[in-house]
Design a protein. Structure first.
Length: 280
């Protein structure tokens, strides 16, 4: 098995990079992509663990892209050395994310919610802080019963405490990934929340800009949707990838390492026949 989309404690995952790689080896996963949100901080630890446990690590990232609606995430798979353009994007992300986190913590305090940004930093010292960390602290302090409830009541778009996040520019992200030796791939296209009438034009525009693949197979989509995305992707000229978007059982119990839509195991072909043939 392979898995081309996973997260660690470097962003909002449950397991450290080394723990995740060990877990992958225990599940007979031979190729594992580490794609933390807007950070590459866990890659060196993951690569060292890969050598120890016999798992091939695909160094990656998942960059949040500015979009008019939905969520637009761009995977960068097979990164080598981070380019100056990648470092610039990550520096901007760090700056805007910290501002957003502080504003969100202040709004929560103003609303009588007992949570501070400092305690989140103390609780997650090595993570790229975001809303999932707010949600976990709120659950631990019994402000809410579940992480999902924290999003529903306090952290999701449309709630009184939500602060709009600033994503990266698509063209700049594509350049940064390619200059870092990687392959840009549109993650979970159904999260763009576009109709099937509009999605083809949007994906074709991504292809024309230099995106190489789409993650057609993702557990957040129905099997029929994934098959339709695969057909559309091949028609446009994309390579097709598949991932679990695994964060950990305590964070997303519905997502299993090495499995994608419909609970299916991720076939080796998505690495050996798709990604591998376009990696520099």
């Amino acid at each position: 098995m392979v898995d081309l989309h996973t997260h660690t404690t470097a962003s909002d995952g449950q397991y450290t990079p080394a723990e995740l790689v060990k877990k992958a080896s225990e599940h007979n996963i031979k190729v594992l992509a580490i794609t933390d949100h807007d950070t590459i901080n866990g890659l060196e630890e993951a690569k060292a663990a890969g050598d120890e446990f016999g798992v091939k690590i695909i160094p990656g990232i998942e960059i949040n892209i500015t979009a008019p609606r939905g969520e637009f995430h761009l995977l960068g798979l097979g990164l080598k050395e981070p380019s100056s353009s990648m470092k610039e994007i990550l520096s901007k992300v760090d700056y805007t994310r910290e501002i957003r986190n502080k504003e969100m913590a202040a709004k929560l305090q103003e609303g009588g919610i007992d949570i501070t940004y400092d305690e989140i930093l103390h609780r997650f010292p090595n993570s790229m802080i975001g809303r999932p960390h707010f949600a976990q602290i709120m659950q631990e302090k019994k402000i809410v019963q579940t992480r999902q409830k924290a999003f529903d009541l306090y952290l999701a778009k449309g709630t009184p405490y939500y602060i709009e996040r600033i994503g990266s520019n698509l063209d700049e992200a594509i350049i940064a990934i390619k200059e870092s030796g990687g392959i840009p791939v549109v993650a979970h296209p159904m999260s763009l929340y576009l109709s099937w009438g509009k999605l083809p034009d949007m994906l074709k525009d991504c292809y024309d800009k230099g995106v190489v693949g789409i993650e057609a197979f993702h557990p957040g989509a129905r099997v029929t949707e994934c098959l339709r995305l695969e057909e559309l992707g091949r028609k446009i000229g994309f390579i097709i990838t598949a991932g679990s978007d695994f964060h950990g059982e305590k964070i997303r119990a519905d997502r299993k390492l090495g499995h994608t839509c419909g609970g299916k195991k991720i076939d080796d072909k998505y690495y050996f026949e798709e990604l591998l043939r376009v990696l520099p």
